[in-house]
Design a protein around this ligand. Structure first.
Ligand code: ADP
Ligand code: MG
Length: 375
């Protein structure tokens, strides 16, 4: 791959028009780049802040070619771009992130096998393509366990927790047709954390501070930084993330979700892009994850990742939005980010708030005292 220097003034093409693309585009604009986005839905979160939106599907090769014509470098903000489209773009255009990592992270099974091949712990799992496989997998792993589709799942969608033998038939009937699957042992973890690592076209690596994540209904609710973990766990989490970045020959940003259990850290899943749990970096770190991503793919030296202040990020879902709009002014140290989505559906990520304070505990107290996230 040629390692081009993409100079400010040139244009960055983003595949996917959601909030990650929007925040990437805002950073790109700050740095003086032009922005074009490929997204079928008109007036998308990213389209609103880009110079141009090419309205075509993610897997429409002709649309992708039209985007590429307008741009000097391409990147993606979401991993369900068809591997064929990414391979085409990698071959015909300039997509420094490449298509290999996309292919790996699109498939939970391949992702787990790849992580395990680097001798990095993953939760015990088994492949399931038939009802008989499910019986065998449950026999091997025990219950509770969680059945996950290998493709297309996010925010807990495409997952079914199985607690008792008697649920097997119902679970299989519910999930049938969405396979193949991976069955994972249910891990009674202490904490969920994530580490965002960036690696540039020149092979330079930088890691953001470890984030502690609290999920509600399988959707990320809060990210707390610094994570409330001991130093040894912190060092190990960073070491694993860097090892993954190097083993995968990452270019761009990789988010590594991990479970901290009493015995060790397990890697849960990877996202080959900026991540919801890294939004705190915008207000709390020397460089944001979005700027870092652009630096990595455009050939800049990477930016510093120091944490400038403790922070807690809280997601704003559709059901939270009215209260946020009423009460946000009362929340001290709050930085509001809204994504420009027209319809505030329940469960939909409409924006986030990052509260900065003298300590994560203080930020958490402020949030707990606010009526926004309380019934
Ligand atoms: P998604 O693609 O939806 O983020 P994940 O595999 O990260 O899928 O699962 C979503 C959440 O479900 C995790 O963040 C975690 O809270 C919980 N979870 C998933 N797998 C397990 C497991 N094996 N043991 C315990 N909790 C799990
Ligand atoms: Mg996840």
């Amino acid at each position: 791959m040629t390692k081009k220097w993409i100079q400010p003034g040139q244009t960055i093409g983003i595949l996917g028009g959601g909030q990650l693309g929007r925040m990437m585009a805002l950073s790109a604009r700050e740095m003086g780049y032009g922005v074009a986005v490929l997204e079928p839905a008109p007036n998308s979160p990213c389209g609103q802040v880009a110079d141009v939106q090419v309205e075509a599907g993610y897997n429409d090769l002709e649309g992708a070619a039209r985007l590429a014509e307008l741009c000097d470098v391409l990147t993606y903000e979401f991993e369900n771009i068809h591997a064929d489209t990414a391979a085409f773009l990698e071959k015909e255009m300039y997509l420094p992130q490449g298509s290999r990592l996309l292919t790996i992270t699109q498939d939970r099974m391949l992702e787990k096998k790849t992580i395990a091949s680097f001798n990095i712990p993953v939760v015990p799992y088994a492949e399931v393509s038939s009802r008989d496989d499910l019986t065998a997998a449950v026999h091997k792993l025990g219950l509770p366990a969680v059945l996950k589709t290998t493709r297309g799942g996010y925010d807990g969608k495409g997952q079914r927790v199985i607690r008792h033998q008697r649920e097997l038939d119902v679970a299989w009937r519910e999930m049938q047709g969405y396979g193949p699957f991976v069955l994972e042992a249910w891990l009674a973890f202490d904490k969920e954390i994530s580490v965002i690592v960036a690696r540039s076209v020149h092979g330079e690596t930088a890691v953001f501070p470890v984030a502690e994540n609290i999920h509600c209904n399988n959707i990320l609710h809060q990210t707390i930084v610094p994570a409330r973990i001991d130093q040894q766990t912190e060092a190990e989490a960073i070491r694993l993330a860097v090892r993954l970045a190097e083993s995968l020959q990452l270019v761009g940003t990789l988010a590594v979700e991990m479970f901290v259990a009493s015995d060790r850290i397990y890697v849960n899943e990877l996202a080959p892009r900026p991540h919801n749990s890294g939004h705190y970096t915008i207000n709390a770190c020397e460089t944001s994850q979005f700027e870092q991503h652009l630096r990595a793919i455009c050939g800049w030296p990477l930016g510093g990742t120091a944490l400038l202040t403790p922070a807690v990020m809280v997601n704003i879902l559709g059901e939270h939005l009215p209260k946020v709009l009423t009460h946000i002014r009362e929340l001290k140290g709050a930085h509001l980010h809204l994504y420009g989505k027209a319809e505030a559906k329940a469960g939909r990520k409409m924006g986030h708030v990052t509260v900065i304070a003298g300590s994560a505990a203080e930020a958490l107290e402020e949030i707990a005292a606010s009526p926004i996230w309380n019934e």
